[in-house]
Design a protein around this ligand. Structure first.
Ligand code: SAM
Ligand code: SF4
Length: 497
């Protein structure tokens, strides 16, 4: 594409009519001054009674108000913090039970016209190696992901560029779904592709929806307008704060039921970002009928030529990061929470006890990184440096040691349990019943096809325990579950309820 065409492509991307239509008298729903005032007004040392009242509300699976979130932000008493953590886990178990859903990031194209100050794919990074995968390269990557590692769910990641525009997104999704691979006892395929891509127009989002996606994710990065402007130069597409802020409204209008929001923690004060995330999910619920399907809380990590130096004032320490996780679980009890391999293994293991529901493993974040089989990390090829390089087998073993089963379930969106339907089921505790059955079935599949001997030894008693629990607590579904379980053990694949 010539320089002129390139510029006109950029100029045509933002449709302000698809922003202003959702605004309230020309104003967006993030009121920086109000959020700051709410943080300032919260008691500096909340009492035990105050905190416990809020925890009781979370336990009743009710959303917390931003003022209540501000109270929890100020808790520093170790005893109360432990009560918050214990309640976050209790709620996670009540809604999602003892399962962790797993997935892999899949970077398809890292050309990008934006200049985000913290990202290794920033257009100005002349040393970054750029690529966009063709259908044959996609097939090779998916063969490793699904035939060697055993993934069933991906998050497809794209930069913003004419080379990885909407038509490429659609074609690449089709290419991913078309791959089927023989495994030890059955066959493997990717069954749910979530997408982390730039904001699109409503028409483009309709095309992406038709290609069959799971969740559409876009992170606001920072909700603080002044910081946003510093990180994203005005002349770039990403420089338009509101185009990004309203992309989930557009996605829902385009028919995408499950949307994922997030903030890149470390760009600005974490307290502000946390409050804004809660405002965002509540705005979606109010205006579009359903809140965020997932909330992500990536923490800044080093990247090639990043403007963020180690003395940047807003970097988030581990203690505050843990507090962020528990508060998200307490404030939005029904929402999926994703912690990626940006974080170290120790923090990710702790996150499981704070309400997190989804984790990636065996992750490669360079373009073509799965079939390259290179294990060393390379700043020139990657968007950033990974903190947890455990294989999926290792992660599953570690989770099993903690009493958690790993779910590869993708039934929800294929059975129409998405959007408001799934949120209502989650709130009522009914979704757990389907999910537990599908989690056990998909876990059994993975153990038969991919597990090492050690992992299998640790995990099989967990499966037996789960089967006993289903007999006890879900007798109505027992016959069909046992039939499917048996068929899976004999090599049938992809049976779900
Ligand atoms: N290009 C698309 C966009 O910006 O929305 C999506 C892909 S981008 C590769 C995915 C996410 O990676 C970004 O939204 C940002 O939150 C995160 N990210 C970028 N640089 C990072 C860094 N240095 N550390 C941690 N996360 C980073
Ligand atoms: Fe491009 Fe996304 Fe990186 Fe920004 S965060 S430079 S938009 S890939």
């Amino acid at each position: 594409m010539s320089e002129n065409n390139h510029t006109s492509w950029m100029g045509g991307r933002i449709r302000m009519d698809e922003v202003t239509k959702y605004m309230d008298q020309g104003r967006d729903f993030i009121d920086d001054a109000r959020i700051q005032a709410q943080i300032n007004a919260a008691p500096k040392e909340p009492s035990a009674a105050q905190v416990r009242d809020i925890l009781a509300k979370s336990w009743a699976i009710k959303d917390l108000t931003p003022d209540e979130v501000a109270v929890l932000i100020n808790v520093n008493d170790p005893g109360l913090l432990e009560e918050m953590r214990a309640m976050a886990l209790k709620i996670k178990l009540k809604i999602y039970d003892n399962r962790i859903v797993t997935f892999a990031p899949f970077y398809l194209g890292n050309y990008c016209v934006n200049k985000c100050a913290y990202c290794g794919f920033n257009q100005d990074n002349a040393t970054a190696k750029r690529n966009v995968l063709d259908p044959e390269q996609i097939r090779r990557e998916v063969e490793v992901l699904t035939g060697t590692i055993g993934h069933k769910r991906l998050i497809a990641v794209y930069g913003e560029h004419p080379q990885n525009d909407v038509d490429y997104v659609v074609e690449s999704l089709k290419a991913i779904y078309s791959v089927r691979v023989k495994t030890r006892h059955g066959h493997g395929a990717i069954r749910r592709v979530n997408v982390n891509a730039p904001p699109f127009s409503i028409d483009d989002l309709k095309k992406i929806n038709e290609a069959g996606i799971g969740t559409y994710q876009v992170f606001q990065e920072t909700y603080h307008k002044e910081t946003y402007a510093k990180m994203h130069p005005k002349e770039t597409i990403k420089g338009n704060y509101d185009w990004r802020l309203y992309c989930m409204h557009r996605a829902m209008e385009a028919g995408i039921d499950d949307v994922g929001i997030g903030a890149l923690f470390g760009l600005y004060d974490w307290r502000f970002e946390l409050m804004a995330l809660i405002y965002h999910t509540q705005e979606l619920e109010k205006r579009m009928g359903v809140g965020a399907h997932t909330i992500s809380f990536p923490r800044l990590v080093p990247a090639l030529n990043s403007m963020i130096t180690p003395d940047w004032p807003y970097l988030v320490n581990d203690a505050d990061f843990k507090k962020i996780m528990m508060i998200i679980r307490l404030a939005a009890p029904y929402t999926g929470m994703i912690i990626t391999a940006r974080e170290k293994a120790e923090i990710r293991n702790e996150a499981v006890l704070m309400g997190v529901t989804q984790m990636d493993a065996s992750s490669r974040i360079s373009i073509g990184g799965y079939s390259d089989c290179v294990t060393e990390q390379d700043e020139v090829k990657q968007q950033f440096i990974l903190g947890d390089t455990r294989s999926l087998d290792q992660l599953i073993r570690d989770l099993a040691q903690m009493g958690f089963i790993t779910s590869f379930c993708t039934a929800g969106y294929r059975c129409g349990r998405t959007g408001k339907c799934i949120m209502d089921l989650l709130r009522s505790g009914a979704e757990g019943k389907f999910c537990k059955l599908n989690a056990v079935l998909t876990f059994q599949e993975w153990l038969d096809d991919f597990a090492s001997e050690d992992t299998r030894k640790l995990a099989m008693p967990l499966i037996e325990r789960e089967v006993a629990e289903i007999k006890d607590k879900n007798p109505g579904a027992l016959a069909i579950f046992l039939e499917y379980h048996d068929r899976i053990k004999k090599g049938e694949r992809d049976l779900y309820l």
